[in-house]
Design a protein around this ligand. Sequence first.
Ligand SMILES: C[S@@+](CC[C@H](N)C(=O)[O-])C[C@H]1O[C@@H](n2cnc3c(N)ncnc32)[C@H](O)[C@@H]1O
Length: 424
Amino acid sequence: MKKYVYPYKVFTDREGQKFHFNAYKLLLTAVDDAHLDLLKNLESLDYERVQELITDDEQKQCLQDLSEFEMIGDEPYILQADATAFTPTSYRIVLTEQCNLACVECFATKNVNCLKTMDEETLFKVLDYSFEHNRDKTVQYCFFGGEPLIKFDLIKQAVERIEGAESSNIIKKPIFLITTNGTIITDEMIDFFVEHNFRVGVSVDGPKQIHDKLRPYKNAKGTFDDVKANYIKMYNRGVDIHVLITPNPDYLDDLPNIAEYILKNFPMKELTINTPFKYDTLQWSVDGEKYANILFEVYKLAGEYGVMLDSALSAVLGSISNGIRRRTPCSILGDEFMTLVNPQGKMSRCAQKYDDKIALQTLEKNSTDSCKNCFAYGFCGGVCPAYKALSNKPHDSNKCKFMQAVIPNLINNLHLFEETADDI
Ligand SMILES: C[S@@+](CC[C@H](N)C(=O)[O-])C[C@H]1O[C@@H](n2cnc3c(N)ncnc32)[C@H](O)[C@@H]1O
Protein backbone atom coordinates (compact mmCIF):
# COMPACT_ATOMS: atom_id res chain seq x y z
CA MET A 1 0.00 0.00 0.00
CA LYS A 2 1.36 3.41 -1.03
CA LYS A 3 1.71 5.96 1.77
CA TYR A 4 2.55 9.57 1.03
CA VAL A 5 4.74 11.66 3.34
CA TYR A 6 3.06 15.03 3.32
CA PRO A 7 5.38 18.03 2.88
CA TYR A 8 6.46 19.40 6.23
CA LYS A 9 8.86 21.61 8.11
CA VAL A 10 10.14 21.16 11.66
CA PHE A 11 10.22 24.06 14.13
CA THR A 12 11.57 24.21 17.68
CA ASP A 13 9.97 26.42 20.35
CA ARG A 14 11.77 28.36 23.10
CA GLU A 15 11.68 25.34 25.43
CA GLY A 16 13.25 23.06 22.83
CA GLN A 17 10.00 21.23 21.97
CA LYS A 18 9.90 20.22 18.31
CA PHE A 19 6.81 20.78 16.16
CA HIS A 20 5.96 19.23 12.83
CA PHE A 21 4.09 21.60 10.51
CA ASN A 22 2.22 19.73 7.82
CA ALA A 23 2.23 22.07 4.81
CA TYR A 24 -0.50 20.06 3.06
CA LYS A 25 -3.00 19.55 5.89
CA LEU A 26 -1.94 22.72 7.77
CA LEU A 27 -1.56 20.76 11.00
CA LEU A 28 0.87 21.57 13.76
CA THR A 29 1.88 18.64 15.95
CA ALA A 30 4.34 18.34 18.85
CA VAL A 31 6.78 15.55 17.94
CA ASP A 32 9.98 13.97 19.19
CA ASP A 33 13.04 12.81 17.32
CA ALA A 34 11.73 9.26 16.93
CA HIS A 35 8.81 10.57 14.80
CA LEU A 36 11.15 12.65 12.69
CA ASP A 37 13.58 9.76 12.15
CA LEU A 38 10.74 7.55 10.98
CA LEU A 39 9.49 10.24 8.62
CA LYS A 40 12.97 10.52 7.11
CA ASN A 41 12.98 6.74 6.57
CA LEU A 42 9.57 6.89 4.93
CA GLU A 43 10.82 9.48 2.48
CA SER A 44 13.28 6.96 1.04
CA LEU A 45 11.71 3.55 1.80
CA ASP A 46 8.31 1.96 1.18
CA TYR A 47 5.91 1.91 4.08
CA GLU A 48 5.95 -1.93 4.20
CA ARG A 49 9.73 -1.95 4.30
CA VAL A 50 9.76 0.48 7.23
CA GLN A 51 7.17 -1.67 9.02
CA GLU A 52 9.44 -4.69 8.61
CA LEU A 53 12.45 -2.81 9.92
CA ILE A 54 10.93 -1.55 13.15
CA THR A 55 10.87 -3.96 16.01
CA ASP A 56 10.22 -2.30 19.35
CA ASP A 57 6.80 -1.16 20.58
CA GLU A 58 7.81 2.45 20.92
CA GLN A 59 8.70 2.66 17.24
CA LYS A 60 5.49 0.89 16.28
CA GLN A 61 3.54 3.47 18.30
CA CYS A 62 5.46 6.25 16.53
CA LEU A 63 4.54 4.85 13.13
CA GLN A 64 0.90 4.75 14.19
CA ASP A 65 1.17 8.39 15.37
CA LEU A 66 2.37 9.44 11.93
CA SER A 67 -0.85 8.11 10.37
CA GLU A 68 -3.08 9.26 13.20
CA PHE A 69 -1.75 12.83 13.06
CA GLU A 70 -1.95 12.77 9.25
CA MET A 71 1.75 13.33 8.65
CA ILE A 72 1.49 10.44 6.21
CA GLY A 73 -1.61 9.30 4.35
CA ASP A 74 -3.12 7.46 1.44
CA GLU A 75 -4.19 10.45 -0.62
CA PRO A 76 -1.76 11.99 -3.10
CA TYR A 77 -1.36 15.70 -2.53
CA ILE A 78 -1.41 18.79 -4.70
CA LEU A 79 -0.19 21.87 -2.94
CA GLN A 80 -2.34 24.35 -4.74
CA ALA A 81 -5.79 24.57 -6.23
CA ASP A 82 -5.89 28.01 -7.79
CA ALA A 83 -9.07 29.94 -8.00
CA THR A 84 -9.81 30.76 -11.62
CA ALA A 85 -13.15 32.53 -11.27
CA PHE A 86 -13.72 35.49 -9.03
CA THR A 87 -17.09 36.66 -7.80
CA PRO A 88 -17.04 39.78 -5.72
CA THR A 89 -19.46 39.53 -2.81
CA SER A 90 -18.01 42.58 -1.18
CA TYR A 91 -17.82 46.01 -2.85
CA ARG A 92 -15.47 48.68 -1.55
CA ILE A 93 -16.85 51.70 -3.32
CA VAL A 94 -14.66 54.79 -3.70
CA LEU A 95 -17.37 57.46 -3.76
CA THR A 96 -14.79 60.19 -3.99
CA GLU A 97 -11.04 60.39 -3.93
CA GLN A 98 -11.31 63.86 -2.42
CA CYS A 99 -10.49 64.24 1.25
CA ASN A 100 -10.46 67.04 3.80
CA LEU A 101 -7.22 65.71 5.38
CA ALA A 102 -3.62 65.51 4.15
CA CYS A 103 -2.48 62.20 5.66
CA VAL A 104 1.21 61.51 5.24
CA GLU A 105 0.89 58.04 3.65
CA CYS A 106 -2.28 58.44 1.61
CA PHE A 107 -2.63 58.41 -2.18
CA ALA A 108 -5.20 61.22 -1.92
CA THR A 109 -2.51 63.52 -0.53
CA LYS A 110 0.01 62.47 -3.16
CA ASN A 111 -2.31 62.86 -6.19
CA VAL A 112 -4.14 65.95 -5.11
CA ASN A 113 -4.63 67.34 -8.65
CA CYS A 114 -6.39 64.39 -10.25
CA LEU A 115 -8.88 63.20 -7.65
CA LYS A 116 -12.23 61.94 -9.00
CA THR A 117 -15.75 61.65 -7.63
CA MET A 118 -18.41 59.08 -8.57
CA ASP A 119 -21.67 60.23 -10.12
CA GLU A 120 -25.12 58.85 -9.32
CA GLU A 121 -25.49 56.99 -12.65
CA THR A 122 -22.19 55.15 -12.14
CA LEU A 123 -23.07 54.31 -8.54
CA PHE A 124 -26.40 52.79 -9.60
CA LYS A 125 -24.72 50.77 -12.36
CA VAL A 126 -22.27 49.34 -9.83
CA LEU A 127 -25.05 48.47 -7.39
CA ASP A 128 -27.12 46.82 -10.11
CA TYR A 129 -24.07 44.75 -11.11
CA SER A 130 -23.68 43.66 -7.49
CA PHE A 131 -27.36 42.58 -7.33
CA GLU A 132 -27.18 40.74 -10.62
CA HIS A 133 -24.08 38.78 -9.60
CA ASN A 134 -25.19 37.96 -6.07
CA ARG A 135 -28.82 36.87 -6.31
CA ASP A 136 -30.07 35.51 -2.95
CA LYS A 137 -26.72 36.23 -1.34
CA THR A 138 -25.57 38.52 1.43
CA VAL A 139 -23.60 41.34 -0.13
CA GLN A 140 -21.24 43.64 1.71
CA TYR A 141 -20.96 47.32 0.79
CA CYS A 142 -18.05 49.31 2.16
CA PHE A 143 -18.16 53.04 1.48
CA PHE A 144 -14.64 54.26 0.94
CA GLY A 145 -12.53 57.11 -0.37
CA GLY A 146 -10.90 59.64 -0.12
CA GLU A 147 -13.31 60.61 2.60
CA PRO A 148 -16.66 58.94 1.83
CA LEU A 149 -18.67 61.21 4.15
CA ILE A 150 -17.96 64.13 1.80
CA LYS A 151 -20.51 62.32 -0.40
CA PHE A 152 -23.04 61.48 2.32
CA ASP A 153 -25.82 62.26 -0.19
CA LEU A 154 -24.57 59.42 -2.44
CA ILE A 155 -24.37 57.04 0.53
CA LYS A 156 -28.03 57.72 1.32
CA GLN A 157 -29.02 57.06 -2.29
CA ALA A 158 -26.96 53.86 -2.36
CA VAL A 159 -28.50 52.52 0.84
CA GLU A 160 -32.01 53.26 -0.42
CA ARG A 161 -31.36 51.34 -3.65
CA ILE A 162 -29.67 48.42 -1.87
CA GLU A 163 -32.45 48.12 0.69
CA GLY A 164 -34.90 48.22 -2.21
CA ALA A 165 -33.14 45.20 -3.72
CA GLU A 166 -33.40 43.47 -0.35
CA SER A 167 -37.15 44.23 -0.03
CA SER A 168 -37.68 42.85 -3.53
CA ASN A 169 -35.89 39.65 -2.43
CA ILE A 170 -33.13 40.08 -5.01
CA ILE A 171 -30.35 39.97 -2.42
CA LYS A 172 -30.31 38.93 1.24
CA LYS A 173 -29.85 41.43 4.09
CA PRO A 174 -26.86 43.58 3.09
CA ILE A 175 -23.94 44.48 5.33
CA PHE A 176 -22.98 48.16 5.39
CA LEU A 177 -19.53 49.36 6.34
CA ILE A 178 -17.83 52.70 6.13
CA THR A 179 -14.22 53.72 6.65
CA THR A 180 -13.95 57.35 7.69
CA ASN A 181 -11.46 59.80 9.11
CA GLY A 182 -14.13 60.72 11.68
CA THR A 183 -13.82 64.49 11.28
CA ILE A 184 -17.09 65.52 9.60
CA ILE A 185 -19.68 63.61 11.61
CA THR A 186 -23.14 65.17 11.99
CA ASP A 187 -26.13 64.08 14.11
CA GLU A 188 -27.93 63.12 10.90
CA MET A 189 -25.06 60.77 9.97
CA ILE A 190 -25.06 59.18 13.42
CA ASP A 191 -28.83 58.51 13.27
CA PHE A 192 -28.37 57.09 9.76
CA PHE A 193 -25.59 54.71 10.86
CA VAL A 194 -27.71 53.42 13.73
CA GLU A 195 -30.85 53.07 11.62
CA HIS A 196 -29.09 51.10 8.88
CA ASN A 197 -26.79 49.04 11.13
CA PHE A 198 -23.57 50.45 9.72
CA ARG A 199 -20.24 49.15 10.96
CA VAL A 200 -18.15 52.28 11.20
CA GLY A 201 -14.35 52.07 11.06
CA VAL A 202 -12.55 55.23 12.17
CA SER A 203 -8.87 55.68 11.29
CA VAL A 204 -6.78 56.59 14.32
CA ASP A 205 -3.04 56.14 13.99
CA GLY A 206 -1.98 56.67 17.59
CA PRO A 207 -2.04 59.04 20.55
CA LYS A 208 -2.55 62.75 19.77
CA GLN A 209 1.12 63.49 19.15
CA ILE A 210 1.51 60.73 16.53
CA HIS A 211 -1.98 60.92 15.02
CA ASP A 212 -1.79 64.70 14.53
CA LYS A 213 1.51 64.32 12.72
CA LEU A 214 0.28 61.54 10.42
CA ARG A 215 -3.35 62.62 9.88
CA PRO A 216 -3.58 66.44 9.82
CA TYR A 217 -6.20 68.66 8.20
CA LYS A 218 -5.10 70.28 4.95
CA ASN A 219 -4.15 73.41 6.93
CA ALA A 220 -1.77 71.22 9.01
CA LYS A 221 -3.90 71.46 12.17
CA GLY A 222 -4.12 68.14 14.04
CA THR A 223 -7.36 66.13 13.84
CA PHE A 224 -7.03 63.97 16.94
CA ASP A 225 -9.27 65.98 19.29
CA ASP A 226 -12.12 66.17 16.75
CA VAL A 227 -11.84 62.47 15.85
CA LYS A 228 -11.81 61.33 19.49
CA ALA A 229 -14.81 63.53 20.40
CA ASN A 230 -16.80 62.28 17.38
CA TYR A 231 -15.83 58.66 18.07
CA ILE A 232 -17.02 58.78 21.67
CA LYS A 233 -20.22 60.55 20.61
CA MET A 234 -20.96 57.84 18.01
CA TYR A 235 -20.14 55.06 20.48
CA ASN A 236 -22.44 56.57 23.12
CA ARG A 237 -25.26 56.85 20.58
CA GLY A 238 -25.00 53.12 19.86
CA VAL A 239 -23.06 53.09 16.58
CA ASP A 240 -21.22 49.80 15.91
CA ILE A 241 -17.80 51.40 15.79
CA HIS A 242 -14.15 50.42 15.83
CA VAL A 243 -10.69 51.83 15.14
CA LEU A 244 -8.39 51.14 12.19
CA ILE A 245 -4.70 51.73 12.81
CA THR A 246 -2.37 52.02 9.82
CA PRO A 247 1.13 51.50 11.20
CA ASN A 248 3.55 54.06 9.83
CA PRO A 249 6.88 52.33 9.05
CA ASP A 250 8.70 54.98 11.14
CA TYR A 251 6.63 54.02 14.20
CA LEU A 252 6.51 50.26 13.69
CA ASP A 253 8.42 49.48 16.90
CA ASP A 254 5.87 51.57 18.78
CA LEU A 255 2.88 49.65 17.40
CA PRO A 256 2.19 47.66 20.62
CA ASN A 257 2.22 50.91 22.66
CA ILE A 258 0.07 52.65 20.07
CA ALA A 259 -2.39 49.76 20.05
CA GLU A 260 -2.52 49.68 23.85
CA TYR A 261 -3.23 53.43 23.95
CA ILE A 262 -6.06 52.96 21.45
CA LEU A 263 -7.46 49.96 23.32
CA LYS A 264 -7.51 51.97 26.56
CA ASN A 265 -9.06 55.11 25.10
CA PHE A 266 -11.42 53.99 22.33
CA PRO A 267 -14.14 51.50 23.29
CA MET A 268 -14.71 48.80 20.65
CA LYS A 269 -15.19 45.07 20.10
CA GLU A 270 -12.69 44.70 17.26
CA LEU A 271 -9.51 46.55 16.37
CA THR A 272 -8.28 46.60 12.77
CA ILE A 273 -4.64 46.98 11.83
CA ASN A 274 -4.15 47.81 8.15
CA THR A 275 -1.01 46.43 6.58
CA PRO A 276 0.91 49.43 5.25
CA PHE A 277 1.80 49.16 1.58
CA LYS A 278 3.38 51.29 -1.14
CA TYR A 279 0.54 52.61 -3.23
CA ASP A 280 2.26 52.31 -6.65
CA THR A 281 3.16 48.59 -6.41
CA LEU A 282 1.17 47.35 -3.35
CA GLN A 283 4.44 46.15 -1.83
CA TRP A 284 4.27 45.80 1.96
CA SER A 285 6.24 48.70 3.36
CA VAL A 286 7.37 47.04 6.60
CA ASP A 287 9.79 44.19 7.23
CA GLY A 288 7.64 41.07 7.19
CA GLU A 289 9.30 39.11 9.97
CA LYS A 290 9.32 42.06 12.34
CA TYR A 291 5.71 42.85 11.46
CA ALA A 292 4.62 39.28 12.24
CA ASN A 293 6.38 39.36 15.64
CA ILE A 294 4.78 42.69 16.48
CA LEU A 295 1.30 41.63 15.37
CA PHE A 296 1.49 38.61 17.68
CA GLU A 297 2.28 41.02 20.52
CA VAL A 298 -0.70 43.17 19.58
CA TYR A 299 -2.86 40.04 19.32
CA LYS A 300 -1.93 39.23 22.92
CA LEU A 301 -2.69 42.78 24.08
CA ALA A 302 -6.06 42.92 22.31
CA GLY A 303 -6.98 39.64 24.02
CA GLU A 304 -6.22 41.20 27.40
CA TYR A 305 -8.72 43.96 26.60
CA GLY A 306 -11.30 41.46 25.33
CA VAL A 307 -11.03 42.92 21.81
CA MET A 308 -10.73 40.88 18.59
CA LEU A 309 -7.86 41.76 16.29
CA ASP A 310 -8.43 42.01 12.55
CA SER A 311 -5.06 42.13 10.80
CA ALA A 312 -2.88 40.40 8.22
CA LEU A 313 -2.80 37.50 10.68
CA SER A 314 -6.57 36.94 10.65
CA ALA A 315 -7.00 34.97 7.43
CA VAL A 316 -3.76 33.10 8.07
CA LEU A 317 -4.75 31.95 11.56
CA GLY A 318 -8.27 31.19 10.30
CA SER A 319 -6.82 28.99 7.59
CA ILE A 320 -4.47 27.11 9.94
CA SER A 321 -6.98 26.65 12.74
CA ASN A 322 -9.57 25.25 10.32
CA GLY A 323 -7.05 23.26 8.28
CA ILE A 324 -8.40 24.87 5.11
CA ARG A 325 -5.93 25.99 2.47
CA ARG A 326 -6.40 29.45 1.03
CA ARG A 327 -7.07 29.41 -2.70
CA THR A 328 -6.02 33.02 -3.22
CA PRO A 329 -3.95 35.42 -1.15
CA CYS A 330 -7.02 37.59 -0.50
CA SER A 331 -9.52 34.97 0.62
CA ILE A 332 -9.98 32.41 3.36
CA LEU A 333 -12.39 30.15 1.55
CA GLY A 334 -13.51 29.69 -2.02
CA ASP A 335 -13.45 32.40 -4.63
CA GLU A 336 -15.35 35.12 -2.80
CA PHE A 337 -13.50 38.35 -2.35
CA MET A 338 -13.73 42.13 -2.03
CA THR A 339 -13.38 44.30 -5.13
CA LEU A 340 -12.44 47.95 -5.05
CA VAL A 341 -14.66 50.05 -7.31
CA ASN A 342 -13.11 53.33 -8.47
CA PRO A 343 -15.13 56.54 -9.05
CA GLN A 344 -15.54 55.64 -12.75
CA GLY A 345 -17.22 52.40 -11.69
CA LYS A 346 -14.27 50.22 -12.73
CA MET A 347 -13.78 47.15 -10.59
CA SER A 348 -10.48 45.78 -9.40
CA ARG A 349 -9.51 42.24 -8.50
CA CYS A 350 -7.76 43.85 -5.54
CA ALA A 351 -9.44 45.50 -2.54
CA GLN A 352 -6.71 48.11 -2.22
CA LYS A 353 -6.62 49.95 -5.53
CA TYR A 354 -7.80 50.07 -9.12
CA ASP A 355 -5.43 49.98 -12.11
CA ASP A 356 -6.24 48.77 -15.65
CA LYS A 357 -3.58 46.07 -15.19
CA ILE A 358 -5.53 44.56 -12.29
CA ALA A 359 -9.08 45.11 -13.49
CA LEU A 360 -11.60 42.43 -12.48
CA GLN A 361 -11.59 40.97 -15.99
CA THR A 362 -7.82 40.46 -16.13
CA LEU A 363 -7.83 37.14 -14.38
CA GLU A 364 -4.75 35.05 -14.12
CA LYS A 365 -3.79 32.21 -11.83
CA ASN A 366 -2.01 33.47 -8.79
CA SER A 367 0.53 30.73 -8.28
CA THR A 368 4.23 30.88 -8.93
CA ASP A 369 6.42 27.83 -9.08
CA SER A 370 8.67 29.17 -6.37
CA CYS A 371 5.76 29.04 -3.90
CA LYS A 372 5.27 25.32 -4.36
CA ASN A 373 8.30 24.58 -2.21
CA CYS A 374 7.30 26.99 0.52
CA PHE A 375 5.73 25.47 3.66
CA ALA A 376 3.64 28.64 4.07
CA TYR A 377 1.95 28.36 0.66
CA GLY A 378 -1.26 26.75 1.96
CA PHE A 379 -2.08 29.46 4.51
CA CYS A 380 -0.55 32.36 2.54
CA GLY A 381 -2.45 31.69 -0.69
CA GLY A 382 0.50 32.54 -2.95
CA VAL A 383 1.80 35.69 -4.54
CA CYS A 384 -0.62 38.60 -4.72
CA PRO A 385 -1.44 38.78 -8.47
CA ALA A 386 -2.03 42.52 -8.23
CA TYR A 387 1.43 43.04 -6.72
CA LYS A 388 2.94 40.86 -9.45
CA ALA A 389 1.18 42.79 -12.23
CA LEU A 390 2.09 46.20 -10.84
CA SER A 391 5.65 45.56 -9.71
CA ASN A 392 6.79 43.01 -12.35
CA LYS A 393 8.49 41.14 -9.53
CA PRO A 394 7.85 37.47 -8.70
CA HIS A 395 6.98 38.02 -5.05
CA ASP A 396 6.92 40.58 -2.25
CA SER A 397 9.77 39.58 0.04
CA ASN A 398 8.19 41.41 3.00
CA LYS A 399 5.01 39.41 2.65
CA CYS A 400 6.95 36.13 2.25
CA LYS A 401 8.95 36.88 5.39
CA PHE A 402 5.73 37.65 7.25
CA MET A 403 4.13 34.35 6.26
CA GLN A 404 7.24 32.37 7.10
CA ALA A 405 7.39 33.95 10.57
CA VAL A 406 3.84 32.91 11.48
CA ILE A 407 4.55 29.31 12.57
CA PRO A 408 7.60 30.18 14.72
CA ASN A 409 5.45 32.80 16.47
CA LEU A 410 2.51 30.45 16.76
CA ILE A 411 4.45 27.69 18.54
CA ASN A 412 5.76 30.19 21.07
CA ASN A 413 2.30 31.63 21.72
CA LEU A 414 0.11 28.56 21.72
CA HIS A 415 -1.53 29.66 24.98
CA LEU A 416 -3.15 32.54 23.04
CA PHE A 417 -5.03 30.08 20.90
CA GLU A 418 -6.42 27.72 23.48
CA GLU A 419 -9.06 26.20 21.25
CA THR A 420 -6.55 25.69 18.47
CA ALA A 421 -3.94 24.38 20.90
CA ASP A 422 -6.37 21.73 22.18
CA ASP A 423 -6.57 20.33 18.66
CA ILE A 424 -2.83 20.16 18.30
C1 LIG B 1 -7.58 55.61 2.23
S1 LIG B 1 -8.44 55.86 3.74
C2 LIG B 1 -10.05 56.27 3.16
C3 LIG B 1 -11.11 56.40 4.22
C4 LIG B 1 -11.02 57.56 5.17
N1 LIG B 1 -10.71 58.80 4.55
C5 LIG B 1 -10.06 57.27 6.31
O1 LIG B 1 -9.18 58.09 6.55
O2 LIG B 1 -10.26 56.27 6.97
C6 LIG B 1 -8.72 54.20 4.34
C7 LIG B 1 -7.64 53.62 5.19
O3 LIG B 1 -6.49 53.38 4.40
C8 LIG B 1 -5.37 53.65 5.20
N2 LIG B 1 -4.20 53.91 4.35
C9 LIG B 1 -3.83 55.05 3.74
N3 LIG B 1 -2.67 54.89 3.08
C10 LIG B 1 -2.30 53.60 3.28
C11 LIG B 1 -1.18 52.81 2.88
N4 LIG B 1 -0.23 53.31 2.12
N5 LIG B 1 -1.13 51.53 3.29
C12 LIG B 1 -2.12 50.99 4.05
N6 LIG B 1 -3.20 51.68 4.46
C13 LIG B 1 -3.28 52.96 4.08
C14 LIG B 1 -5.80 54.84 6.01
O4 LIG B 1 -4.99 55.02 7.16
C15 LIG B 1 -7.21 54.48 6.35
O5 LIG B 1 -7.28 53.73 7.54
